[in-house]
Design a protein around this ligand. Structure first.
Ligand code: C2E
Ligand code: CA
Ligand code: CA
Length: 657
């Protein structure tokens, strides 16, 4: 006759209630995994309570000679205990599957175990009649039936299956989490066996299982893990998990991205302190909405630094709500009653999943594109993924792919555009211009398009090294000097100009290819010069001491600032096509004056002048008359591949005639 000890189960009840209460105080991501875990905790609590009640009843029956408790009650509570135990195990097995097994995988094992559980329940339910599993004798004593062993086998099967799931998906969680789960499972298993065979009166098993749940609660299931501490919104990890959950379960949703650039109307502007205050208000406004509103439109808010994502779970109404939110933040929100409204300056993008965006990868690439492409930096305008957006993004991805391939295989081509010397009548210099070979169908891509993309995608340094090596290799192999070439002009990007060790790198490469520094003239645009003043000037001076020269490129395009001409040691200035063409096309005398006076001023400064974009004989004559030293343009030649360039030199440089 056994007397059941319920103290372990009582403490298990305590832990379960504690976890349930803790979960209630925190905001939780509304995903299947979390719902399962919460349900599981509640069911586990019921199971413990039923088991305690059953044990107390049986204890009391055992104590008295003649019990007044109806036998039906004893059967009901015992069967309920066993069945609940199966339900709890199934819920947590499903939980383990969701956490550890990729969604796509089939769950045949789970279906099989569910079948077994049904059979087991039928066996239990028929036990009052068949006495196969257990029964109560005439003195209402709990008695084991012939098949009593199944009450040990079923939990064992579930436990082993759970272990198998965890071990299959072990790399989906951290080592620490994995070890605590293994340990708890091992302890539960060990205790289970001990209890079943030796100490049936000690109800320790559920206590062990609750400890396992505590371990899970503080690791994979920790509600803090997905919360942004500052704002009470969910964080970026939360967004990823939520997104994966919705995409896996093929549930439609819409996302509004607000990427915040600035605040207006608040002292201190876009400072960290203000960010904290404003973002807290912003999230409070989005999260703490009236109950009626929350019922109508379920939404979740996520924060990743200055980016906010609002996920709408009702896609039909999403646009209306997004517009409302957009208007609210841009018209201004009150951070505190006393001060005026703070206006938020943001770029906003609204899109549906699944729509054009189907997968997590697409989600990331859309966001990344939206954040990088300057074209879309329109503030406080609601952008949607329309035909145009998608076309541009596709083009961007294609070009990026082209650059990636070029960098990977090293297959770029350098073209050379001969530059005419007006004083010597020859082509003793040329500009090297990069070309990418387009093996797929996206058509010709101008360096003006792919160089900025290479920059945004952090491929520029590799691309530039290739450009330098290809050019130097050609200069050395073809012995360009023998064709009457005195120097080659190479474009430096803004990125290169920022490099602290630019001069060393270039010197190193020149040495490697055995090319005198004086054979290279580096072209720098005003925009790249603006950002890198000190470093760049230092590199320029150093390279010049070895004999290289520098040219200020695209002079006259955009807002020319004479400051660069004066402050930087340029020996050459290249007049941009636009001011050359303006001189010939415009009838406005003011515009016509720009070119002659620029040439005069630059001549006074003792810099050599190159005019770009020379396309006609008339332009050539006029530019010669004005005293421009060098001419570059289609009138003389387009940029040419290596072989054709050499042929051009043979035909046009006096050395050969
Ligand atoms: P850029 O440095 O101003 O190069 C001159 C551009 O004008 C070249 O375009 C050239 O093909 C074009 N051009 C030359 N003569 C004429 C003409 O008579 N009429 C017209 N309409 N165009 C003419 P490309 O090769 O497409 O290069 C565009 C820009 O891409 C370059 O402008 C330069 O900023 C950049 N780029 C080209 N190659 C490189 C490179 O190797 N490295 C870097 N960092 N940038 C490069
Ligand atoms: Ca150039
Ligand atoms: Ca230029």
């Amino acid at each position: 006759m056994e007397h059941y000890n319920v103290y372990f189960e009582l403490s298990s009840v305590f832990f379960l209630i504690l976890m349930i209460l803790l979960l209630r105080t925190k905001r939780q991501l509304n995903i299947f995994k979390n719902r399962l875990f919460s349900k599981g905790l509640r069911l586990m609590l019921c199971l413990n309570v039923v088991d305690i009640a059953g044990s107390i009843l049986i204890n009391s029956v055992n104590r008295t000679e003649k019990s007044t408790i109806p036998v039906a009650v004893l059967y009901a509570i015992t069967i309920l205990g066993f069945v609940l135990q199966q339900v709890v195990m199934l819920v947590f097995l499903l939980y383990a599957i969701v956490v550890f097994v990729p969604y796509a995988r089939k769950r045949i094992g789970f279906v099989f175990i569910m079948g077994l559980a049904v059979l087991y329940s039928l066996l239990l339910l028929s036990s009052p009649v068949t006495h196969e599993v257990f029964w109560f004798d005439e003195r209402l004593r709990y008695t084991y039936g012939r098949l009593y062993i199944v009450t040990g086998i079923m939990p064992a099967i579930c436990g082993l299956y759970g272990l198998w799931i965890v071990s299959r998906g072990r790399n989906r969680v951290s080592k620490k989490v994995l070890h605590s789960i293994y340990l708890s499972l091992a302890v539960s298993g060990f205790v289970g066996v001990l209890q079943f065979f030796f100490f049936r009166d000690q109800l320790v098993l559920y206590f062990c299982f609750t400890l396992l749940l505590v371990a899970v609660f503080f690791s994979v299931q920790s509600p803090d893990y997905y919360l942004d501490q500052n704002t009470n919104a969910f964080n970026n990890d939360g967004l990823m998990v939520m997104m994966k959950d919705r995409i896996d379960r093929k549930t439609k949703f819409s996302v509004l991205l607000m990427s915040i650039y600035d605040f207006e109307g608040i002292k201190g502007g876009f400072s960290p302190q203000n960010k904290r205050k404003v973002y807290q208000r912003l999230c409070a406004g989005l999260i703490r909405r009236p109950k009626k509103e929350r019922k109508k439109m379920k939404m979740d808010v996520f924060r990743d630094d200055d980016k906010f994502y609002v996920m709408f779970h009702n896609t039909e109404e999403a646009e209306r709500y997004a517009m409302k939110i957009g208007t609210w933040v841009t018209e201004g929100i009150y951070v505190d009653e006393a001060s005026p409204k703070v206006k938020i300056v943001a770029t906003m993008l609204l899109f549906d999943v699944p729509g054009r965006v189907q997968t997590e990868e697409e989600f990331h690439s859309v966001i990344k594109y939206f954040m990088t492409d300057d074209y879309y930096k329109k503030y406080n305008v609601m952008q949607t993924i329309n035909e145009e957006f998608y076309r541009k993004k596709k083009r961007y991805d294609d070009v990026r792919h082209l650059v990636e391939e070029a960098v990977r295989t090293g297959e770029i081509e350098m073209y050379y555009q001969p530059i005419y010397s007006t004083s010597q009548g020859d082509f003793h210099s040329a500009e090297a211009l990069v070309r990418l070979r387009d093996t797929n169908s996206i058509g010709f891509v101008s360096p003006e398009e792919f160089i900025p993309i290479a920059e945004k995608e952090h491929l520029i340094l590799q691309l530039e090294e290739l450009i330098l090596r290809k050019t130097f290799q050609f200069i050395q192999r073809a012995r360009l000097r023998n064709y009457g070439v005195q120097y080659v002009e190479l474009n430096l990007s803004g990125n290169q100009c920022t490099q602290v060790n630019l001069a060393e790198q270039l010197k190193e490469l020149l040495r490697e290819y055995n090319i005198p520094a004086s054979f290279i003239n580096f072209e720098v645009t005003e925009t790249s010069a603006i950002e890198n003043s000190d470093n760049l000037i230092r590199s320029m001076i150093e390279l010049q001491s070895y004999g290289s020269t520098f040219a200020l490129d695209d002079y006259g395009s955009g807002a020319s600032n004479l400051k660069y001409l004066v402050d930087y040691p340029f020996q050459i200035v290249k007049l941009d096509k636009s001011i050359v063409w303006a001189h010939f096309g415009e009838t406005n005398p003011k515009t016509r004056a720009v070119l002659p006076y620029s040439v005069r001023m630059l001549s006074e400064m003792k810099v050599r002048i190159v005019a770009e974009g020379v396309e006609t004989a008339q332009q050539k004559e006029e530019l010669v008359r004005l005293g421009v030293h060098y001419l570059q343009g289609y009138y003389f030649s387009k940029p040419l591949p290596e072989k054709e360039y050499l042929e051009f030199l043979k035909a046009n440089n006096p050395i050969y005639s």
